[in-house]
Design a protein around this ligand. Structure first.
Ligand code: HEC
Length: 118
């Protein structure tokens, strides 16, 4: 009986660790951060139009950006800011991984146009 409850405890600890480790080990294409931070400018709409930001739903608007910059350079632009672009899209409280996730979301939606540029 004692053995069984001990085993149950170990299982709980293992599951807990698995849950804690999963998000920090892999960066998923993260629509949540994109919607929270980037979509105000990068999904069209008035702010997108005013700022001139490329729309994530329109891959062709990203072609010139993919031609100018590779993914690493785009990552650096968003992380450090450049010209008009705010650092981390203005989300100072966002972790690096969250921003990377948002970028992956953009890349995965516009990849038709950067396949040959990777
Ligand atoms: C306040 C509006 C605004 C927000 C919020 C914003 N962006 Fe942008 N973004 C822009 C504009 C405007 C450009 C085009 C800049 C240019 O033409 O040089 C741009 C360009 C980019 C580019 C292309 C950069 C290049 O020159 O290759 C990437 C990648 C990008 N944004 C990612 C993001 C991500 C990821 C987020 C959210 C974390 C985000 N942006 C949030 C306005 C915004």
């Amino acid at each position: 009986m004692k053995l069984i409850s001990h085993f149950g405890y170990i299982t709980q600890v293992v599951v807990l660790f698995a849950l804690l480790l999963t998000p920090s080990m892999t960066v998923f294409a993260d629509e949540t951060t994109f919607q929270k931070v980037c979509s105000s400018c990068h999904s069209g709409g008035i702010k997108g139009w005013l700022s001139g930001a490329p729309n994530v739903k329109k891959g062709e608007e990203w072609t010139k950006y993919h031609q100018r910059h590779n993914k690493k350079e785009m990552m650096a632009i968003v992380m450090n800011g450049l010209n008009g672009h705010k650092i981390k899209g203005g989300c100072k409280s966002c972790s690096d991984d969250e921003i990377k996730g948002a970028l992956k979301y953009i890349f995965s939606n516009t990849k038709v146009h950067n396949k040959e540029l990777e």
